[in-house]
Design a protein around this ligand. Sequence first.
Ligand code: ZN
Length: 168
Amino acid sequence: GQQRKSGEPYIVHPIETATILAELRMDTDCIIAGLLHDTVEDTDVSAEEIRSRFGNGVARIVEGVTDGPKGVPDETNQCALLLAMSMDWRIVLVKLADRLHNMRTLGAMPPEKQRRIAKETLKVFAPLARVLGLYCIKEELEELGFRYSEPEARVALARRMDELAAQQ
Ligand code: ZN
């Protein structure tokens, strides 16, 4: 019964996150972890319960995502992400898929929050996607990051592109 800020049922978010992971041809544990990535944080389901129902592999990824960086951007986040990368790169993949879906639905957030999350995305997550060779995700994160962090510049740029196209 939970809903997101956009008014969408909350379940859409984990399903979309898992779908991104499936499109990347990630393994079963990783896709299941994508479905469950917010449960320990947002519900009273424990990591132990996830372990007993879905196995150690899924539980470890969900725990890694839960313990990892979230919310407010700072330098510590980047260190934590790098640490996560050295532990299990599937954790980073779930975080990237989570971020990509959050960026796709960022329009529902207040402008100040949009800008902050977009800047963090450009600073941390797009470079991470590039390092992992996930160029489609990198480009989408950059496009969305630019749209929400520099909305005026983006409008001006789009207008100029239209003008140039009209001159051809
Ligand atoms: Zn999430």
